[in-house]
Design a protein around this ligand. Structure first.
Ligand code: ADP
Length: 227
């Protein structure tokens, strides 16, 4: 195996439904994802970006094909092992994975570190430092709904990296943001890639992200059309 690849897929396919309702969302995708970089997953709506991210993050199972994380097959892991892996090694910024409004902004960022047996003070220091880095300061005690969309999304990025995951998956992170907020978010994500050493996979329509990404793939009807 290529040592630089943190994730690798072999003939990855995902079909939803059957008969006339059948949709081939991913069709035989072979992919190697380089460690410590940002990979942009591009393509029109319905091309399979979200499906790919769900499979890579162990949130759904492929219909066929395999996924290896650090050389270990994850596509056949049981839910218990998968959820442990997700908690320890993955971070998510997904549309349907919102911040918890019953908690403060600071507590939201601390939450992902809860299972790692770190002391409260250590978790708090790390969360405060991350909130500074994503440029959300002075609002640590607020509820997420009291922040702007751009701030909420930056808190989501802080939360995703808090536990020092090896892999961060982001689905349309700039989907609800204006241009200025999108640019700020992606500049901070680029800093995170450099400083945290994590691998980021970002599904997006945003051409600015695509143009600046060091590596990218384009999906069309569930197939990689160019790399
Ligand atoms: P993208 O993220 O690029 O918009 P998706 O991965 O969401 O693409 O969807 C790929 C294809 O799979 C689309 O045709 C979509 O309608 C279909 N699809 C996605 N999720 C489901 C589902 N849960 N049930 C049935 N079809 C689905």
């Amino acid at each position: 195996m290529d040592n630089a690849a943190i994730l690798r897929t072999e003939g990855l396919s995902k079909t939803y439904g059957n008969g006339l309702e059948k949709t081939i969302a991913l069709d035989n995708v072979d992919l190697q994802i380089t460690r410590g970089k940002l990979l942009a997953v591009c393509g029109p709506s319905g091309s399979g970006k979200t499906t790919l991210l769900f499979l890579l993050g162990g949130l759904d199972k492929p219909t066929s094909g395999r996924i290896y994380f650090e050389g270990v097959e994850v596509s056949n892991m049981n839910e218990r092992r998968l959820s442990k892996l997700r908690r320890k090694a993955f971070g998510f910024v997904f549309q349907n994975y919102n911040l918890v409004d019953e908690l403060t902004v600071l507590e939201n960022v601390m939450l992902t570190m809860m299972f790692e047996g770190k002391r409260d003070a250590e978790r708090k220091d790390r969360a405060e430092e991350l909130l500074r880095r994503v440029e959300v300061t002075g609002k640590e005690r607020r509820r997420p709904s009291q922040l702007s969309a751009g701030e909420q999304q930056r808190v989501a990025v802080a939360r995703a990296v808090a536990n020092r995951p090896e892999l961060v998956l982001m689905d349309e992170p700039t989907g609800n943001l204006d241009q200025e907020n999108s640019q700020q978010l992606m500049r901070l994500v680029a800093d995170m890639v450099r400083e945290e050493g994590a691998t980021f996979v970002v599904a997006t329509h945003n051409l600015e992200i695509v143009n600046e990404a060091p590596s990218k793939i384009f999906l069309k009807s569930g197939r990689i059309v160019s790399g």
